[in-house]
Design a protein around this ligand. Structure first.
Ligand code: SAM
Length: 389
């Protein structure tokens, strides 16, 4: 069931939607799953001891990897297609595309993951807003419950090009938060980076629409590349304060289609903090252990900046993430050289219990850390656009 991911051209399923109807809460899945599965034999001893033991039983079912990291954060790519061709991500030509699945199949995966302790789901791509039916899919995801019976935290990463029209419907459907990618705050530079003319105004309008809709907090991601857009650091600082959004700088990672990455192109966390101080000093504020970004306020308390520094300050030790690709493969790390084909199992008619066992075994294989910049670094088997950030 493990495949070295080849780039495949698959027929698109665009427009297919999950069937309407009520989604069984994760807890009812739990009960069915405990009642019918082989795991019941393992769990049955625990279940005898009443409420406390029930809690223990539930805890036992929560996903964690062999390094003891709880897996609570699922990212689902719902399409490989993207309407932008950002220079740090894509070649500029339409390359190989992986297929995507009907929403009902992602929904089933999400339901099972939720029962196993996932608390946050982020939709990504490709560009998730290109997919017909995404709003209805969000509505269905919002009816799922975590293993504790809590609502899931639902977020999306988008280039924002189609957000003006979709922000309010997404919020109404149950989306909590949004992250918009934007790598320059000047329209010409933005067009050079995205290779799309006139995108900047759409994205800015999308960011404002997201704020108005209450998709809070609105985060704006900027990947910095030396010699290309590192002069945008201070303008982005001003943008964060003026627009009331959290700007997050991301260190460029070797996940691009062109394989142009080199350590010299990476603008590091230390440089960003230093450069921003020429405008106003940043003061670090606490962040959750599993959070990817280090967080800062300006010295006057106005405006928040995040810096995601996987290259200069790796945070793999606290990684709580797992990903599903648009074609239904599990990836345990952005830099995995293997995919694990969950969809193939589903296609062959596997019951939920079998999927659970498969997911558990895959999670045990989660990589300890990435090896960016080291002599033994092996490029990931997919580039970022085919994984979902
Ligand atoms: N289309 C959506 C978007 O633009 O946000 C979602 C997909 S995009 C692949 C997700 C995120 O990955 C974006 O914030 C993008 O800037 C980031 N990204 C892409 N390639 C990257 C790289 N090589 N290093 C760091 N971040 C990257």
């Amino acid at each position: 069931m493990e495949t070295l991911a080849p780039p495949v051209l698959r027929e698109e399923y665009i427009g297919k939607e999950a069937p309407a109807g009520k989604i069984p809460p994760a807890s009812s899945f739990f009960c069915r799953f405990l009642a019918g599965s082989r795991l019941r034999l393992r769990s049955v001893g625990i279940m005898r001891f009443g409420a406390r033991s029930k809690e223990l039983g539930a805890r036992k079912l929560i996903l964690s990897d062999k390094f003891g990291r709880p897996i609570t954060d699922l990212r689902i790519s719902i399409t490989d297609r993207c309407n932008y061709k950002c220079v740090y991500c894509r070649t500029g030509n339409e390359g190989a595309l992986y297929g995507d699945l009907p929403f009902a199949e992602y929904l089933r995966m999400a339901r099972i993951f939720a029962a196993l302790g996932i608390k946050k789901i982020r939709l990504t791509g490709g560009e998730p807003l290109l997919r017909n039916g995404v709003i209805e899919f969000v509505r269905q995801l919002s009816r799922l419950r975590s293993a504790d019976g809590e609502e899931l935290d639902l977020a999306m990463t988008t280039n924002g090009h189609l957000l003006t029209e979709t922000a309010q419907p997404l919020k109404d459907a149950g989306l909590d938060r949004i992250t918009v990618s934007m790598d320059a705050v000047d329209p010409d530079r933005f067009a050079r980076i995205t290779r799309v003319p006139n995108g900047y105004d759409h994205v800015l309008a999308g960011i404002r629409a997201a704020r108005r809709a209450g998709l809070w907090p609105v985060k704006v991601n900027c990947v910095l590349m030396r010699g290309f857009n590192e002069d945008q650091i201070i303008p982005f600082g001003m943008f964060a304060r003026e627009e009331g959004v959290i700007v997050r700088f991301i260190e460029f990672m070797p996940l691009e289609e062109d394989r142009t990455w080199s350590p010299a192109i990476v603008v590091t966390l230390d440089e960003i903090v230093q450069r921003m101080a020429e405008y106003r000093p940043l003061v670090e504020i606490p962040h959750a252990r599993s959070e990817t970004a280090r967080r800062y306020h300006f010295d006057d308390g106005v405006g928040e900046i995040g810096i995601i520094a996987p290259v200069s300050h790796p945070f793999c030790g606290h990684c709580s993430r797992i990903r599903i690709t648009s074609d239904g493969k599990i990836r345990t790390c952005l830099f995995s050289v293997w995919d694990h084909d969950l969809h193939e199992l589903m296609r062959r008619g596997a019951a939920d219990e079998e999927l659970v066992e498969f997911i558990r075994s895959v999670v045990q294989r989660k990589e300890e850390r990435h090896h960016i910049g080291e002599a033994d670094f092996v490029p990931a088997s997919r580039t970022m656009v085919h994984i979902g950030g």
